[in-house]
Design a binder for this molecule. Sequence first.
Ligand code: AMP
Length: 287
Amino acid sequence: MRIISSAAAMQKFALQWKSAGVKIGFVPTMGYLHTGHLSLVRTARKRVGPKGKVVVSIYVNPTQFAPTEDLSKYPRDLKRDLKLCREAGVDIVFTPGDAEMYPGKAEGNYSTYVVEENLGRVMEGASRPTHFRGVTTVVAKLFNIVLPDVSVFGQKDFQQAAIIQRMTRDLNFPVKIIIAPTLRERDGLAMSSRNKYLMGDLRRQATVLWCALQIAKWLVEKSKSVSAADLKADLKKLIEIEPDAKLDYVEFFNPETLLPMAQVKRGTHMALAVFVGKTRLIDNAKL
Ligand code: AMP
């Protein structure tokens, strides 16, 4: 396994593989890898086959964090990540630094961003207004550096995956986007690098996101159609029974358009964001 931090060197490998007809599978991450990330790596390997190449990027992208967010505290353990990637059969880990990804930014002369103008307005985009601009920019740059044939994203970040699909279509990136299922802990909590922040009882309280999804599913099965406003109010009460949980949003929406639905039925998608202590967790599921 090679570890590359230069964008030009990474691109050179990708161009060589491309000209030799070798398929490239790509999994972008911010590191602190867990089983969920590794499942995306397995999916990428399946897609490109034993002769293909799998690239994982590990980069905590500063442009997707607001100044008030956890950029400096974001968990990192490159040594462990590299070991996991090696064991998972990754061919290249691309770990650029900020100067490599955003040349000139420290001096104020990095000036090109990619903005998706529709799907990114609601939910995560409403709560974190600069977040998706950072995500689309870094993913577009990574696509240009890694030149993947397929790239795998997690359904855990449902809105992010939808926006990446839209960007790929709108900007004609020759990449097939694959969305892989969310891996969970035994108690239902979606795996996330941020779960490391959940100390003591906060870890137990964090299962409230999974409980809210299960209760919404059950209600929709029982009643066929439920008012979104009523369900939101009930779920807020349920979630905030936990002493350190505070609902940021819960939304019911059409999974294609991300448009909110007034009536919640089977097949409606639900997404929620909850602060558990200071940690902001997200989850989603089809009801
Ligand atoms: P991150 O490192 O959190 O930016 O995530 C990198 C990729 O892993 C994204 O496509 C995420 O959606 C995906 N991912 C994160 N958590 C999970 C999970 N629990 N199961 C599957 N994929 C995940």
